[in-house]
Design a protein around this ligand. Structure first.
Ligand SMILES: C[S@@+](CC[C@H](N)C(=O)[O-])C[C@H]1O[C@@H](n2cnc3c(N)ncnc32)[C@H](O)[C@@H]1O
Length: 424
C-alpha cells in the first residue's frame, strides 16, 4: 500500500499537453538500486537537446557533447527550460532517482503540462526491501521529503511496516527520535546503488543519535513483522468489523468502558485517520483508542491502573497502541504532540494540560454534572469551539415470553472542542 503525502485534497487531473513536433520529455530513473539504466535511455540521451538532473545524475550518464544541461537545484527554472524545449520541438531528458513516477518529478512535470515518457528504474523502497530480503507489498510508503514529518511518523507509529522517504533534517535520526517509546526496529538504507551503499539494522534510540548519509530511506518494522501484510490484505483500510463495537468486544471491568453509543460519537469527533496521533487519556479498557487505531491513527493510551487490559484488548483487535502507565497530567509530559485527545478520565487539571498541547480536537466524557460548565469554560478559554450533548441510550432487551423492554444506560455528557472551527 502506498500512502504518500496523506493528502486531504484530491489532486487535479492534468491533461498531458500534445507534444509540438513530437518532442517529449523522457524521464529516466538512473540509480537507487545499482541496476543498469533502462535500455531506452542511451537512445534518448543521444537524441536529446537538453538534459536536466541533479549533479550526481548528470555525472552518471553519457550526456552528448554540446547538449545543454540544467543542474537541479530548484525545479521551477528547469520546468521553464523544459517547456521551451518542448515548444521548440527539442527532445529533452530528465534524470531522477529510482522510479520517477513514485514520489518523484513526474508529478511536477505533468502539473506543468509537459508531455512525458517515463523510463523507470527500481525505486529506493523496492531496492531497500530487496537488499533486506523482505516482501514489501504490505509496506506503507510515506514521504518526509519536502513535507511535514509528523504524518509520516504517525504512520510508522500506527502500522507494522512503513518505508519513509527522507530529506536532510527529516531523516533516520528524526524518525528514530519520533519512534522513541514504540517497539520498532529500523533498517536505514543509505546511498543505495552507490559504491558507499550501507544498510544498517538499528533501534529508534540508536538511529536518533547516529549520523546518516543522504540520500537514505528508512524502513520501520514492528516486532516479528515480515512485510506488514494484514490478513485482510488491507493494511490501513476501515476496519472489517466496523467500530462502536459492543462492550463484549473488550475485556473490561464493570463500568470502566466507554459505552458503544457514546464511543461512536467520540470516535467520530476525534477524526482518527492514518497520519494522525490520538491520545486516549484515562483509557480504561482502551476501547476508544483501539477504535481510533482501527481507523488508522497512531494511539497513545494513558492509564494509571497497571492492570488495565489495554494491551490485551489492542492485541485482540490486531492494532498497535502504545500504553503509558501513569497518572495524567504528569504522565502526559514528554509525549509527542497529539492531533486529537479523548479525556475519558481525570479532572479539569487533565483537561487543562491537554488543551495546553493545542490538539486540533478534544473530546471529553463527563458523568458528573458539576464538571460540565467548568470544562466548557476551560475549552472556550483555550480557543476551542465547543459542542456538547447528553447521551442516555436505552437499549432493547429481551423479556421472558418474547417481549422487549428498554434498559437504561447511564447518562453521559460528551463535550467536544474544535480548534479548527471558529469560536462562536
Ligand atoms: C524525491 S524522493 C525520490 C524517490 C524515487 N523516485 C524512488 O523511486 O526511489 C527522494 C528520496 O528517495 C530516497 N532515495 C532516492 N535515491 C536513493 C538512494 N540511492 N539510496 C537511498 N535512498 C534513496 C531517499 O529517501 C530520498 O530522499
Amino acid at each position: 500500500m502506498v500512502v504518500g503525502a496523506l493528502p486531504d485534497a484530491t489532486p487535479a487531473v492534468v491533461p498531458v499537453a500534445p507534444a509540438v513536433g513530437g518532442a517529449v520529455v523522457t524521464v529516466a530513473g538512473v540509480d537507487a538500486a545499482g541496476t543498469p539504466a533502462h535500455p531506452a535511455l542511451a537512445g534518448a540521451l543521444a537524441g536529446a537537446g537538453l538534459v536536466v538532473g541533479a549533479a550526481r545524475h548528470l555525472a552518471a550518464v553519457p550526456v552528448p557533447p554540446g547538449c545543454a544541461t540544467v543542474t537541479l537545484g530548484p525545479v521551477e527554472p528547469a520546468l521553464c527550460r523544459l517547456a521551451d524545449a518542448v515548444a521548440a520541438g527539442v527532445p529533452a531528458v530528465v534524470l531522477a532517482s529510482g522510479d520517477p513516477g513514485f514520489f518523484g518529478i513526474v508529478r511536477r512535470l505533468r502539473a506543468a503540462g509537459l508531455p512525458v515518457r517515463v523510463l523507470p528504474a527500481v525505486s529506493s523502497v523496492a531496492a531497500a526491501c530487496a537488499r533486506a530480503g523482505l516482501p514489501w507489498e504490505g509496506t506503507a510508503v510515506v514521504s518526509a521529503h519536502g513535507r511535514d514529518l509528523r504524518p509520516a511518523l504517525n504512520a510508522a507509529r500506527a502500522l507494522p511496516a512503513v518505508a519513509v522517504l527522507t530529506a536532510p533534517g527529516a531523516g533516520a535520526a528524526e524518525v528514530g527520535a519520533g519512534l522513541a517509546g514504540w517497539d520498532r526496529r529500523l533498517l536505514v538504507a543509505e546511498r543505495l546503488g552507490a559504491p558507499d551503499e550501507r544498510l544498517t539494522w538499528t533501534t529508534p534510540a540508536e538511529a536518533a543519535t547516529a549520523t546518516w548519509a543522504d540520500p537514505h530511506v528508512v524502513l520501520s518494522l514492528a516486532p516479528d513483522c515480515d512485510g506488514g501484510m494484514r490478513a485482510d490484505n488491507q493494511p490501513a483500510a476501515a476496519p472489517a468489523e466496523g467500530w462502536a463495537l459492543p462492550e463484549s468486544a473488550y475485556a473490561h471491568r464493570a463500568s470502566m468502558i466507554t459505552k458503544a453509543e457514546v464511543r461512536a460519537l467520540v470516535v467520530a469527533r476525534l477524526r482518527p485517520r492514518l497520519g494522525r496521533l490520538v491520545w486516549d487519556v484515562g483509557a480504561g479498557s482502551g476501547s476508544v483508542g483501539i477504535e481510533c487505531a482501527l481507523l488508522g491513527a497512531a494511539v497513545i493510551a494513558v492509564e494509571s491502573d497497571p492492570d488495565a487490559p489495554v494491551r490485551a484488548n489492542a492485541a485482540r483487535h490486531g492494532v498497535d497502541v502504545r500504553l503509558v502507565t501513569g497518572r495524567a497530567p504528569a504522565a502526559l509530559a514528554g509525549l509527542p504532540d497529539p492531533d486529537a485527545v479523548f479525556v475519558g478520565g481525570g479532572g479539569l487539571d487533565v483537561l487543562a494540560a491537554v488543551t495546553d498541547r493545542r490538539p486540533g480536537r478534544v473530546a471529553v466524557t463527563l458523568a458528573a454534572l458539576d464538571r460540565v460548565a467548568p470544562a466548557v469554560r476551560l475549552l472556550r478559554a483555550g480557543g476551542y469551539a465547543v459542542e456538547g450533548s447528553q447521551l442516555a441510550a436505552a437499549r432493547l432487551t429481551d423479556l421472558p415470553g418474547g417481549s422487549l423492554r428498554l434498559a437504561a444506560t447511564n447518562p453521559v455528557f460528551v463535550l467536544t472542542g474544535d480548534l479548527t472551527r471558529e469560536t462562536p
